[in-house]
Design a binder for this molecule. Sequence first.
Ligand SMILES: Cc1cc2nc3c(=O)[nH]c(=O)nc-3n(C[C@H](O)[C@H](O)[C@H](O)COP(=O)(O)O)c2cc1C
Length: 169
Amino acid sequence: MPAATASIAHPQDDHRQAYRNAMARLGAAVTIVTTDGPGGRAGFAATAVCSVSDSPPTLLVCLNRGSSAYQPVSLNKVVCVNVLSAEHEALSRLFGGKTPVEERFAGATWHPTETGCHRLEGALTSFDCRITSIADGATHDVLFCAVEAIHTREDGQALIYFDRGYRTV
Ligand SMILES: Cc1cc2nc3c(=O)[nH]c(=O)nc-3n(C[C@H](O)[C@H](O)[C@H](O)COP(=O)(O)O)c2cc1C
């Protein structure tokens, strides 16, 4: 006899859903975070990226421990954070889905960075970083990333994720 599959709603599930709904109201710039090195090449779409400090220039990135990029990032200890422009929506979908890594990178032109990562051609700005420490964020690792090089484009529109959809600014 199969095990019962019916689930009983738990107050924590409501709380989690309320949080997800609230986060949908927080517009955020879309980035693609790449890594390469002994752990292999990987990349993922990320909105959980923000500035920590300019002294020294430091970003934080939240990475899901279940992501295919988790092990490569952990071993390589370097990332390049590429801030997407309006024309990168299809690329964001590639890096945000379950697409094989080769197909993800085949969707754009990349340039090697000093840390050995991949900088996206046409990104509004790219931060080439070395991971200096990692904090425990339950389901996620919070990566503190020291910025070693910056490549910025002066024109272009931003790609924003808001209300569970892509917008441009
Ligand atoms: C708009 C958007 C924002 C995302 N932001 C993050 C993020 O900040 N951190 C993260 O770990 N995953 C984030 N994801 C999910 C990863 O991109 C996704 O888990 C990963 O690329 C797919 O998992 P896989 O590589 O294991 O197939 C985001 C996805 C999308 C579409």
